[in-house]
Design a protein around this ligand. Structure first.
Ligand SMILES: [Zn+2]
Length: 100
């Protein structure tokens, strides 16, 4: 039997937890199995699946990261609003609006 190394493909290597055989999936197949949470099989027929917790944990991390980013952006907006008010005050001092 001959083996072929395919360097152009991005393959994800797996090791079956039952029999220890290594096999690979391309990104599209990996995404499908990961998103669906359905079972897939190693070349020796052992049923494997991504745990739903993996997906939940991944989404929880993403939510936490987005919340932190949102808080940071809120802080920036507040700082910019204060800066605008400061600049408006400064402008008023140097160029007062004439009362008419
Ligand atoms: Zn197996």
């Amino acid at each position: 039997m001959a083996a072929k190394f395919i360097k152009e493909e991005n393959l994800f290597a797996f090791k079956c937890t039952n029999c220890g055989i290594y096999f690979a999936l391309d990104k599209e197949a990996d995404d499908n199995w990961r998103d669906s949470g359905r079972a897939f099989f190693c070349p020796n027929g052992h049923s494997l699946s991504y745990k739903k917790e993996d997906k939940v944990n991944s989404l929880e991390k993403e939510i936490k990261s987005l919340k932190e980013k949102n808080e940071s952006l809120d802080k920036t907006v507040k700082e910019l609003k204060l800066e605008i008010e400061r600049l408006k005050s400064e402008l008023e001092i140097w160029h007062p609006v004439s009362e008419s």
